[in-house]
Design a protein around this ligand. Structure first.
Ligand code: UNU
Ligand code: FES
Ligand code: FE
Length: 452
């Protein structure tokens, strides 16, 4: 067992049955170090989308947790990812955020690598190394890559389940937005910003927090005047018909606010007008294909997280990666997510609508950020970090639904997907390896969450 695993009592961090977590999960360095090994070492992490590297030689650089990576489109159309680190003396290989290149040359001594990762050229190789350097042994460290609906994810663990199996129950819902309706694309380059919070504070907020929407975002919702303006200020408790929550085996989950997809695009803006027309024209086709109950997912607002750190708001056109930078800071990457078949005018309008609401300087992004930072930074206090976090909202009000995969939280405002997120977190943090996780009864997680 690694040092990190012997230093952290994972069992004490999450109480699944009672919906409680230890507050120190947002603070302790040892917990963070174990997360890097167990969570980010085992789980699928978002890299890029087809639309951002369409041609051979196209590349983007980014992060898998604290590891710098490069993602490149190969001549055969496939996509490979590598550590963005020169295998000579370890300098960063590629400084650009994106581009097109046939080869990558290190800035330090000039070793050059092909876009397939192979070490191709070593300056003065014959004269200096005199045949003693085996270039085939010094290619870039390759990372396992798989894609879902054009979204590429990387994984450091060869034992991990396929990306499809990992997404599991949430694929059914994502497909309604990302496949059945004609597919999606990401608009980049991503904006990047620093936030002084633990990576789990926004990940849990997006996976499961509809409770804060009417309160934290009151002023923004009133200013925007969309479908959610009525819940601003929590003046009237939402009825049961407002939405639902969904969670799944590996911690992915989301909240649904029925028929509210365009809610944060200002009612009188160009985006607001065009987008509401768009849903009115597209929704009936989805209902025809999927039936009224399931088809309603399209045109509803979805706030979700793909475990561990990839969040999205479908309707709001936000696609996020919360890259950890130590336990108390993240770098936020924000892309716009649009439907492929939207006319260019609508795409442009919703990208700009997204940037003014959930971009790095967006008004709702700003509403959230102080909460994310204080719930991290106040753990500087010793008594504070010995405390607990409560996610008991809706405990006991779950169901299984033959039409909706996963565990369903029955009211719009609840914390079912928080509990699902931390149930998976605990399981993966404490497991010897993927083999041990995958040999468990595949339905056991549901009973554990529902408590029966
Ligand atoms: O802030 C959020 N997570 C959110 C905002 C969720 C739904 C609608 C608007
Ligand atoms: Fe939720 Fe205080 S009311 S953190
Ligand atoms: Fe928010």
């Amino acid at each position: 067992m690694s040092t990190n695993r012997t230093q952290v009592d994972v069992e004490s961090l999450v109480d699944v049955k009672n919906g409680i977590q230890a507050k120190r999960i947002f603070w302790d360095q040892q917990i963070y170090d174990l997360e890097i090994e167990q969570i980010f070492g085992k789980c699928w992490q978002f890299l890029t989308h087809d639309s951002l590297i369409p041609n051979p030689g196209d590349f983007t650089t980014g992060y898998m947790a604290e590891d710098e990576v490069i993602v490149t489109r190969q001549d055969d159309g496939s996509v490979k990812a590598f550590l963005n680190v020169c295998t000579h003396r370890g300098a960063r290989l590629v400084a650009a955020e994106a581009g097109n290149a046939r080869a990558f040359s290190c800035t330090y001594h000039g070793w050059s690598f092909g876009m397939d990762g192979a070490l191709k050229v070593v300056p003065m190789e014959e004269e200096l190394y005199r045949g003693s350097l085996d270039k085939s042994k010094f290619g870039l460290r390759e990372i396992r890559v798989e894609s879902y609906r054009g979204l590429y994810y990387g994984n450091f663990d060869a034992q991990a389940p396929s990306l499809n199996d990992y997404l599991g129950d949430v694929k059914f819902y994502l497909d309604i937005w990302m496949d059945i309706n004609g597919g999606i694309e990401l608009v980049g380059p991503p904006s990047r910003s620093l936030l002084n919070c633990n990576w789990k504070t926004p990940a849990e907020n997006f996976v499961g927090d509809t409770y804060h929407v009417g309160w934290t975002h009151l002023a923004s919702l009133m200013a925007l005047g969309g479908e959610l303006a009525a819940i601003g200020g929590n003046e009237a408790p939402p009825n049961e018909g407002l939405g639902m929550q969904v969670t799944s085996r590996f911690g992915h989950g989301f909240g649904v606010l029925w028929d509210a997809a365009p809610a944060v695009h200002a009612i009188n803006s160009k985006a607001g007008t065009l987008y509401r027309e768009w849903f009115a024209s597209r929704k009936p086709k989805m209902v025809e294909k999927l039936g009224a109950k399931v088809g309603r997912i399209y045109g509803s607002h979805l706030n979700g997280t793909v475990f561990p750190n990839n969040s999205y708001l479908l309707g709001t056109n936000t696609f996020k990666l919360w890259v950890p930078r130590g336990p108390h800071q993240i770098e936020v990457f924000t892309w716009a997510i649009v439907e492929k078949e939207m006319p260019a005018e609508l795409k442009n309008a919703v990208v700009s609508g997204m940037n003014s609401t959930f971009g790095s300087a967006g008004m709702l992004e700003a509403d959230d950020s102080d909460n994310m930072e204080t719930m991290t930074q106040n753990n500087r206090g010793r008594m504070t970090r010995e405390g607990k976090l409560n996610s008991q909202l809706g405990l006991g009000f779950h169901k299984l639904d033959p039409d909706f995969p996963g565990v369903i939280g029955q009211s719009a405002i609840g914390e079912t997907s928080y509990r699902g997120f931390y149930r998976a977190y605990k399981e993966i943090m404490g497991a010897d390896n993927w083999k041990a996780i995958l040999k468990l009864d595949p339905d056991a997680w549901k009973h554990e969450l529902i408590g029966q």
